[in-house]
Design a binder for this molecule. Structure first.
Ligand SMILES: [Zn+2]
Length: 92
């Protein structure tokens, strides 16, 4: 369980979504953007997530969503089963 990262007292419900000026991980309860440095995931995965948000709207929606799904699976593997993590695909 993550504590004091957002407006929620605790959260284990996260979403992975790209935006121009935000990190890739959001609280799926209050909707606030979270700092990926606060997560116990590997440096390698943090770099991959930042590269992915950096490419937002620079690659096709299809490629964006396919990379995003792949990264979401990696985040799930690294954070473990107590977290509920969903991927929000880009539609525009
Ligand atoms: Zn929250």
């Amino acid at each position: 369980m993550l504590k004091d990262l957002c407006s929620c007292k605790i959260t284990n419900s996260l979403k992975i979504e790209a935006d121009f000026v935000a990190d890739a991980i959001w609280c799926n309860q209050c909707g606030e953007n979270l700092d990926i440095e606060d997560f116990p995931i590997t440096e390698n995965l943090k770099v991959e997530l930042n590269q992915w948000t950096g490419l937002y709207k620079k690659i096709s929606i299809k490629e964006h969503n396919s990379r995003g799904e792949h990264l979401t699976e990696k985040v799930k593997e690294e954070l473990g089963p107590e977290y509920k993590i969903v991927f929000i695909p880009d539609r525009k």
